[in-house]
Every structure is written in structure tokens, then in C-alpha cells.
Design a protein around this ligand. Structure first.
Ligand code: ADP
Ligand code: ZN
Length: 255
């Protein structure tokens, strides 16, 4: 395994955007409502698409570790080059690196005040345990399991195309309006470097081994809600908001 920086060394340049000055002594647990959501689900389940919508609905930042690492890769730093190796092989980036990056993002003002929707993190039990400790005593409000069968995700991933600039997802079945140019930002819409067959199979295997156990882990803490990810994006979004609102209501969390 290639070497990597520990969490204590700070975030590698380019991973997070410019941030507001923070009080180093501030703790995330002093904050109130908004929503603290985690989304779980296989590659291709539609997490990215749905998170953009949920972030708008609940007015919380969408924190995608995949997007953060893809941005780092574009910066062509030493860190980006190493991250790219892991990603293109479908391997997980080492826990300490990911945890350091996420922790720094969670300390920013918007997240502290409003909460977040985490997409792609946690992905291992160690990441989940660390996240819960960091957010103690409240922890996350809910972990959502977006359920889609393996056969369907394989089909979706093969057709997935993404805007290189803003990250909007398209597919061969739902192309941009004009050629392969992003409807929103004009960027090039391409296949992701890690959407090769080998990397997809590796990621799905790692999902089963390392991430699927988190479903039981959150269930045991009564923080899990499972939502069917089949159907149109709009159908899935309304299923998600209904399920989330019901659980938030039960738990007395209102944003
Ligand atoms: P997908 O869900 O299709 O695998 P993501 O965009 O979430 O795509 O992640 C892309 C890659 O970024 C992963 O394959 C992995 O290499 C890296 N990555 C993202 N999040 C994590 C994480 N929490 N832990 C380890 N590696 C991660
Ligand atoms: Zn775009």
C-alpha cells in the first residue's frame, strides 16, 4: 500500500475549498437542528443525484468524499496523484486520510450550524465509529440505506456519464440537451475514470465487505431508514423526504 499522510498532518492541499476561520476550540455538538444525514447504498444506487436534491430540500451542505477526492485529483498535487491511484483501481483511500478530510469539512461554519448530508462517508465501521465520536453526543440523526439491486446498479454504472466540471450525473439514456456538454455549466460530460468494469466490480465487492455492515450497525442504534431506490429520480426523492421526515418527527428533530 502506498504511503499516505496521517489525519494529524492537516488536509492535503486542494481537498477542501477555502473556509471561514473557525474557533479551534469549537465543538460540533454545540449546534442545533438542521439535519445530520448519512446516505448508504451501492455504487450506482443514485446517492449523488438524490443528495443534491436532499441538500436543497433540507438546506444543508452535500458533502461527497468522492467529489472532494476528484477535485483533489484535478489539482495535480502529490496527494491527488496518490488518491487517483486508489480511485482508478476501485480501492478505498486509507481511513486516516479520509477521516482527516471529512473532519476538516465538518468543522466549517455551514456544517456546524446547519448539519450535512454525507455521501460516500462513512464507508467502513472504523469511519462510522470515528464520526459518531466526533459528533457526540448527538451523532448523526439518520443513516439512509438507498436500496437498489446489483443487476440494476451494474446496468446504471455502465451507462453513467458525469460532468467533469460540476459533477452532474447523466447517462446514455438521459443525455445532456446538446451533445456531451453539461446543461448547467457547459463542461464536458464523460465516463468516470473509475467506471471501468474491473474498478466497478472491485468497488461493489468492497461495498459488500466494508460498507454493508454499516447498515446493521446503524440499525442497532435505531438510526437506520431503508428506502427503495428503484423508480424515477422524482419518485425516489419523495420517498426519501417522506421517510426522513417521518423519522425526524418521531425523534423530535425539526429543522
Ligand atoms: P462510488 O460510490 O461510485 O464508489 P464515490 O464518488 O463515492 O464513488 O467514490 C469514489 C472513490 O473515492 C472510491 O472508490 C474511493 O477510492 C474514494 N473514496 C470516497 N469516499 C471514501 C471513503 N469514505 N473511504 C475511502 N475511500 C473513499
Ligand atoms: Zn457541469
Amino acid at each position: 500500500m502506498p504511503g499516505h499522510r496521517g489525519a494529524g498532518g492537516g488536509t492535503p492541499a486542494g481537498v477542501t475549498a477555502a473556509r471561514a476561520p473557525i474557533d479551534k476550540g469549537a465543538r460540533v455538538d454545540v449546534v442545533v437542528p438542521g439535519a445530520r444525514l448519512v446516505i448508504l447504498g451501492k455504487q450506482g444506487a443514485g446517492k449523488g443525484t438524490q443528495c443534491v436534491r436532499l441538500a436543497r430540500h433540507y438546506v444543508v451542505p452535500h458533502i461527497s468524499t468522492g467529489d472532494m477526492f476528484r477535485a483533489a485529483v484535478k489539482m495535480v498535487t502529490e496527494f491527488g496523484r496518490r488518491a487517483e491511484e486508489y480511485m482508478n483501481a476501485g480501492e478505498l483511500i486509507p481511513d486516516e486520510v479520509v477521516i482527516g478530510v471529512v473532519r476538516e469539512r465538518l468543522e466549517q461554519d455551514d456544517t456546524v450550524r446547519r448539519g450535512f448530508i454525507l455521501d460516500g462517508f462513512p464507508r467502513t465501521v472504523h469511519q462510522a465509529v470515528t464520526l459518531t465520536a466526533f459528533l457526540a453526543p448527538r451523532g448523526v440523526d439518520l443513516a439512509i440505506d438507498l436500496e437498489v439491486g446489483t443487476e440494476m446498479v451494474l446496468r446504471r454504472l455502465a451507462g453513467r456519464r458525469v460532468c467533469q466540471t460540476c459533477g452532474t450525473n447523466y447517462s446514455v439514456a438521459a443525455k445532456p440537451k446538446h451533445g456531451w456538454t453539461c446543461d448547467y455549466c457547459g463542461g464536458d460530460v464523460v465516463q468516470r475514470d473509475d467506471d471501468t468494469e474491473a474498478a466497478i466490480l472491485r468497488r461493489l465487492k468492497l461495498y459488500e465487505e466494508q460498507t454493508a455492515p454499516l447498515i446493521t450497525w446503524y440499525l442497532e442504534q435505531d438510526r437506520l431508514v431503508a428506502v427503495d431506490g428503484m423508480g424515477s429520480p422524482d419518485e425516489v426523492t419523495s420517498r426519501l423526504t417522506r421517510a426522513i421526515d417521518r423519522r425526524r418527527h418521531e425523534r423530535g428533530l425539526h429543522g
